[in-house]
Design a protein around this ligand. Structure first.
Ligand SMILES: [Zn+2]
Length: 80
């Protein structure tokens, strides 16, 4: 592993501290997927729809994690 990779790894870990599972997942998405997800949230699609779509794409996320983040009662909001 190069120094560049290590810096990226720790930079990522550093920003991840205190984030809820859904926020962590958002950080991992590429720009296209992130945009699609934010569009879905803007349209107020149900949590289960987002969870099912994300799981189909191979992400491990619980519906409850999405619900808590959207309601602002997740871990990352508490630390903000
Ligand atoms: Zn959150």
């Amino acid at each position: 592993m190069s120094l560049e990779d290590s810096i990226e790894e720790f930079r990522y870990k550093g920003t991840d501290i205190g984030l809820c599972p859904f926020a962590k997942l958002i950080n991992k998405l590429n720009e296209v997927d992130k945009k699609a997800l934010f569009n879905a949230i803007e349209k107020s699609l149900p949590d289960i729809t987002l969870a099912n779509a994300l799981r189909k794409e191979g992400y491990k996320i619980a519906e409850i994690s999405i619900a808590q983040h959207r309601k602002g009662i997740c871990r990352c909001k508490n630390n903000a």
